[in-house]
Ligand binder design. Structure first.
Ligand code: GDP
Length: 693
C-alpha cells in the first residue's frame, strides 16, 4: 500500500455529515472491509480508529481531520475524516479544499439536518462531486425515500437512488442494486464481510423498475449514444450506465444515493464501489491554480508527475512522538525523502525528513510523494496550515485558506513561571495547527487570552494545553469578543511636533474616517498626488493607522468595518521620519475613533433549532428572551425547524437550557452569523461591568 498508485486509481475523498449521522462508524467499517484494520472499533466504547485524540474518544466526536488510506478494487482511497460539530466547520472547509470528491452521510431518521446543510453548501463552493449514503436504515422511523426527497428539496440537486433498501427498520437486510438489478443481502454472522447476490424480491420488483427508469433517464441525459439506445428500448450494458453516471456525478449534475446501516454492517462494500466508480481521481478535476510570485501572473499545474512539485499544507498537527506533522496534498510533480523545498508563502526553505502515509494514528514511511497523494511529512519548521510548498526554482503560490474571525475568548493564567513558558510553547504549536484560533497577551493583566470559534473549540484547546503540553493553569470563563466601529464619518487633522534629543520630529496628516457596512473589514486609500509625501512616510502612516485599529475609542475593543482615507499630509525635509508619521496616525486615529460616535458591536449567531411541535412556543419565547429573533420556520420529519439569530452573549450554556426546556427532545446548531450594533441599554450594562473590573 505504500507504493504509489497510478493517478487514475487514486481517490481523495472526504466524508461529511451532521454529527451523529454515522460518519465515524462508516469509516471504521471501510477500514475493516478493506483489510486495514482487523477489528471493528466502536464509537461508543471509545476504540474507534479514526478518533485518536483522547478528547475525541471521551467526547465521542471527531475533531481533527485525520487522514487514512485504504485499497479497494486496485484503487487507493485516501479518506479525510471531517468533523461534524459546528465549532469545527473550518476543519471541514480545509478538508474540502484538498479533496476531489465526497460522501455525504445522512441519518435515515433525522434526514438533512442543519449541519449537513452547512457542510453541503461548503462542498458546493469548492465544486466537490458527491455521493449520498442514507445510513441507519435499521432504526425505527427511518425512511430512505423521504431522505432522498429532502436532499432534492433542500439542495436543489438531482439526487437519484441507485439502490433501494430491502426490508425496513429491524428487518432491513440489504439493498437492490438498480444498475445490475440484483439484491445484495448481508450475512450477519460474518459481521457483514460476506453477502449474497440474489434476484430482486418479488414485492420490490415493481418499485425497483420504477426507480431504475428514473435512474436511466437521468443517466441518458449525460451521454447521447446512451440516450439513443435508451429511446430505442435497447438492453443497456451495466458498464455503459456506470460510465455515464460517472460523467453526471463529475459534472455535478447527479448525486447518486445509496442505502445502508453502517452499525449493522450493511451497505459499505457498494459504497466503496461507488467511490471508485463515480467519484473523481486527481486528473478529473481542473488543474490547480496559483500566482507566480515572480510576476504575480496566474498559472496552472496539471496533476502530472512531470510538472514542478506543488503542494498545499492543509493541516499541521502536534504529534507526541514525532513532533510537528504536516499534512500535504500534492497537486503536481513529485518530491523525494530528504529533499529541500520552498515554502512559497513564507519564502523559507524546508526539508522533508520523513514522508508518511497515515492511517489514523499509525503510519508507513515512504520514499517519495507525488501528484495526487495525501501524505504527512515531518521536519518542517515554519510551515503552517494553508501554506504552499514548491520545488525551489518553480514557485507558485496557491490560494491560502480563509478563516472567520474568532468570536469568543478565555483568559489563561499559568500557575508558575515554568508553566508560562510551557504555555507559550504550547500556544505556538497549537496555533500552527489551527489558524482559526488566536493568542494574545493582555497588556494590563498579563493574562494569555485565547480566542476561537465557540465554547467547545476553546474547551478543547484548553484541554489539550493541559494534557498534551502539561501546562498547569487557571482557565477563565468564556467571554464574548466585542468589537467597535464608528457611527458617522469624521475628518481629523493632526500635527505631530516634538523635540527628540538634538533633532526635531514632524508630521502632519488629515484623515477621513468612514463607517463601512457590517462585515466589510478595513480599507485604506490615499488621495495624495504623486510626490506629495515620500513613499516610506506614507507606508509608516498606514502602519500607524492599522496599529490603531486594535484599540477602539469606546471601550478599547478592536475596530472593524472602517475606511480610512488619507486626504492630505505634510512633512519637513530634515525633521520628518517614519516614527513621526506613525505617531501622527496614532494621534489622529485615537481622536477620530473617540469622536465619531463609536458603536459597540457584538457577535450574533445563526441558531437552528429542531424541536417537536409541543415545545415550539417555549423554544421561541426563550429565544426572544435572549434578544434573539425568529427568521423562518419549516417542518422536517415531524419536527419543527426554527431558524433564529441571537447574540452570543445570551447563548452560553444554551445546550443545557434547551435540554431542560424540551425534556431533551430538541437539538440545535449554532454558528457565527455577523457582528451587529449592541443596543444602547445593553451597551451601558456591558460598559459599566467593564469599568467595574
Ligand atoms: P458521527 O458523529 O457522524 O461520526 O457518528 P458516529 O459514527 O459516531 O455514530 C453516532 C452513533 O450512531 C453511534 O452511537 C453509532 O453506534 C450509531 N450508529 C452509526 N451508524 C448506525 C446505524 O447504521 N444504525 C444504528 N442503529 N446506529 C448507528
Amino acid at each position: 500500500m505504500s507504493k504509489s498508485a497510478p493517478l487514475a486509481n487514486i481517490r481523495n475523498i472526504g466524508i461529511m455529515a451532521h454529527i451523529d449521522a454515522g460518519k465515524t462508524t462508516a469509516t471504521e467499517r471501510i477500514l475493516y472491509y478493506t483489510g486495514v484494520s482487523h477489528k471493528m472499533g466502536e464509537v461508543h466504547d471509545g476504540t474507534a480508529q479514526m478518533d485518536y485524540m483522547i478528547q475525541e474518544q471521551e467526547r465521542g466526536i471527531t475533531i481533527t481531520t485525520a487522514a487514512t488510506t485504504c485499497k479497494w478494487r486496485g484503487h487507493r482511497i485516501n479518506i479525510l475524516d471531517t468533523p461534524g460539530h459546528v465549532d469545527f466547520t473550518i476543519e471541514v472547509e480545509r478538508a474540502l479544499r484538498v479533496l476531489d470528491g465526497a460522501i455525504a452521510i445522512f441519518c435515515g431518521v433525522g434526514g438533512v439536518e442543519p449541519q449537513s446543510e452547512t457542510v453541503w453548501r461548503q462542498a458546493e463552493k469548492f465544486h466537490v462531486p458527491k455521493i449520498a449514503f442514507v445510513n441507519k436504515l435499521d432504526r425505527i422511523g427511518s425512511d430512505f425515500f423521504r431522505v432522498c426527497e429532502e436532499i432534492r428539496e433542500k439542495f436543489g440537486v438531482r439526487a437519484v437512488p441507485i439502490q433501494l433498501p430491502v426490508g425496513s427498520e429491524s428487518d432491513f437486510v440489504g439493498v437492490v442494486d438498480l444498475i445490475s438489478m440484483k439484491a445484495i443481502i448481508w450475512d450477519d454472522s460474518s459481521l457483514g464481510a460476506s453477502f449474497q447476490e440474489t434476484p430482486v424480491p418479488d414485492d420490490l420488483l415493481q418499485i425497483a423498475l420504477k426507480y431504475r427508469t428514473e435512474l436511466l433517464e437521468a443517466v441518458a441525459e449525460e451521454d447521447d449514444d446512451l440516450m439513443a439506445a435508451y429511446l430505442e428500448g435497447e438492453e443497456l450494458d451495466e458498464e455503459v450506465v456506470r460510465k455515464a453516471l460517472r460523467k453526471g456525478v463529475l459534472a455535478l449534475n447527479i448525486v447518486p444515493v445509496l442505502a445502508g446501516a453502517a452499525f449493522k454492517n450493511k451497505g459499505i462494500q457498494p459504497l466503496l464501489d461507488a467511490v471508485v466508480d463515480y467519484l473523481p481521481g486527481p486528473r478529473d478535476i481542473p488543474p490547480v491554480k496559483g500566482a507566480n510570485p515572480r510576476n504575480n501572473r496566474e498559472e496552472t499545474r496539471e496533476a502530472e508527475i512531470t510538472e514542478p512539485f506543488t503542494a498545499l499544507a492543509f493541516k499541521v498537527l502536534h504529534d507526541p512522538f514525532v513532533g510537528q506533522l504536516c499534512f500535504l496534498r500534492v497537486y503536481s510533480g513529485k518530491v523525494n525523502l530528504g529533499e529541500s523545498v520552498l515554502n512559497v508563502t513564507r519564502q523559507k526553505n524546508e526539508r522533508l525528513s520523513k514522508i508518511l502515509q497515515m492511517h489514523a494514528n499509525k503510519r508507513v514511511e515512504l520514499k517519495m510523494a507525488q501528484a495526487g497523494d495525501i501524505v504527512a511529512v515531518v521536519g518542517l519548521r515554519v510551515t503552517s496550515t494553508g501554506d504552499t510548498l514548491c520545488v525551489k526554482n518553480h514557485p507558485l503560490l496557491l490560494e491560502g485558506l480563509t478563516f472567520p474571525d474568532p468570536v469568543i475568548h478565555i483568559a489563561i493564567e499559568p500557575k508558575t513561571q515554568a508553566d508560562q513558558e510551557k504555555l507559550d510553547g504550547a500556544m505556538e504549536n497549537l496555533a500552527r495547527e489551527d489558524p482559526s484560533f488566536h493568542v494574545r497577551q493582555d497588556q494590563e493583566t498579563g493574562q494569555t487570552i485565547i480566542s476561537g470559534m465557540g465554547e467547545l473549540h476553546l474547551e478543547i484547546i484548553a484541554d489539550r494545553m493541559r494534557r498534551d503540553f502539561n501546562v498547569n493553569a487557571n482557565v477563565g470563563k468564556p467571554q464574548v469578543s466585542y468589537k467597535e466601529s464608528i457611527g458617522r464619518a469624521i475628518e481629523i487633522e493632526e500635527e505631530y511636533v516634538r523635540q527628540a534629543g538634538n533633532r526635531g520630529m514632524y508630521a502632519k496628516a488629515r484623515l477621513l474616517l468612514e463607517p463601512l457596512e457590517r462585515g466589510k473589514g478595513f480599507g485604506f486609500e490615499s488621495e495624495l498626488s504623486a510626490g506629495k509625501l515620500p513613499r516610506e512616510f506614507q507606508e509608516a502612516l498606514k502602519n500607524g493607522v492599522v496599529e490603531s485599529l486594535s484599540v477602539g475609542g469606546l471601550a478599547g475593543y478592536p475596530v472593524m468595518d472602517l475606511k480610512v482615507t488619507l486626504k492630505d499630509a505634510a512633512y519637513h525635509e530634515v525633521d520628518s521620519d517614519e516614527a513621526s508619521f506613525r505617531a501622527v496616525a496614532n494621534l489622529a486615529m485615537a481622536k477620530g475613533l473617540r469622536e465619531a460616535d463609536p458603536v459597540l458591536l457584538e457577535p450574533f449567531m445563526s441558531v437552528e433549532i429542531v424541536t417537536p411541535e409541543d415545545f415550539l412556543g417555549d423554544v421561541i419565547a426563550d429565544i426572544n428572551s435572549r434578544r434573539g429573533s425568529v427568521k423562518g420556520m419549516s417542518i422536517r420529519a415531524n419536527a419543527r425547524v426554527v431558524d433564529t439569530e441571537a447574540p452570543l452573549a445570551e447563548m452560553f450554556g444554551y445546550s443545557t437550557d434547551l435540554r431542560s426546556l424540551t425534556q431533551g427532545r430538541a437539538t440545535y446548531t449554532m454558528h457565527f452569523s455577523q457582528y451587529r450594533v449592541t443596543p444602547a441599554q445593553i451597551r451601558e450594562k456591558i460598559l459599566t461591568r467593564l469599568r467595574g473590573y
